[in-house]
Design a protein. Sequence first.
Length: 365
Amino acid sequence: MSAPATERLTVAIGDHEYALHLGAGGLVGELGRLWAPRAAGTGVLLAHDGNVADLARRAAAALRAEGLDVSEVAVEPGERSKSLSEVERLCRAAASAGLRRDDAIVAVGGGVVGDLVGYVAASYQRGVRLVHVPTTLLAMVDSAIGGKTGVDLPEGKNYVGAIWQPELVLMDVGALETLSARELACGFAEVVKYGLLSGEELFSVVERWPELPGPGDELIGLIRRCVEHKLDVVAQDERDLGIRASLNLGHTIGHGIEAAGGYDLYHHGEAISLGLLAALRIAEHVCGLPGQWRERTVVVLERHGLPTRLSDTIATDEITAAMGRDKKADASSLNMVLLDAPGSIRLRQNPPRDLILDAIEELRS
Ligand code: GLY
């Protein structure tokens, strides 16, 4: 039997260079071997999503096998854990484990755990080393890479945060086998986003994707292509002052839908599914994007169980109000990512309000 494929990327962002390992089931057992040689302090706080306790145990064992002193703490799954009270709890867990500035924090989980634990690593004793072990498709292709960390306030999502790059990222696609169909589909919405951002070639691979998660080696290749796209953009604009905004395709209206639904009616990827379609609709009017791209996007989203029709239980003015509160909106403008064609990106401030309202209404038909 041939060995499962494992890929190693070298990530260079600003002054930071680190390795990203991507492989099939069993890679998490290699965490200690792949990382420990670079470790400075030997203290580690490993914080994990309660849903992936087995995988976290294997990660902790792999680190202990290299002589590291690992304390473990579980985080309740769900967006509610992205809170300042959880930041305090985890910082205090780090303190009671005796973590010092040259020690490290390891995040094992999806987007919530990665964002929360990443922010704890950025803040505890003004910053300690960080390792990400993303366990959802969404975290692998998006949230665990690029350095964004943060938690929510009642006033808005990700209102408190920092850019903090990890020193290692390890993606074991075996972790995806534990995900529900809904969670896999949510991650796939971000994959569709990368298809549209990258260009026709990747879009056609995404369009032909038969089922989730999909065959191991091909899945690794698909994740790698999304990751490479994101890292290329982040390397140009780590602080999110320009081109990095393109990664928010579908997120301006998507975040409005997610917030207006109370973060419950639609999970993040589902809201992004709807947000992508609304953005493509606006792009048809503003940039002349041919209508075939929205039609083809509807087909691929529906094939994987993502919503393409907006619930009538959410009013359009609730969505636009939430969009105004979104962190991505400046004091005076609404920023949208549009396309002339897949791979040809236009950042546009304040598209006409009527077009936004029409695009949201169109999602109901
Ligand atoms: N998820 C968008 C970014 O990292 O910039």
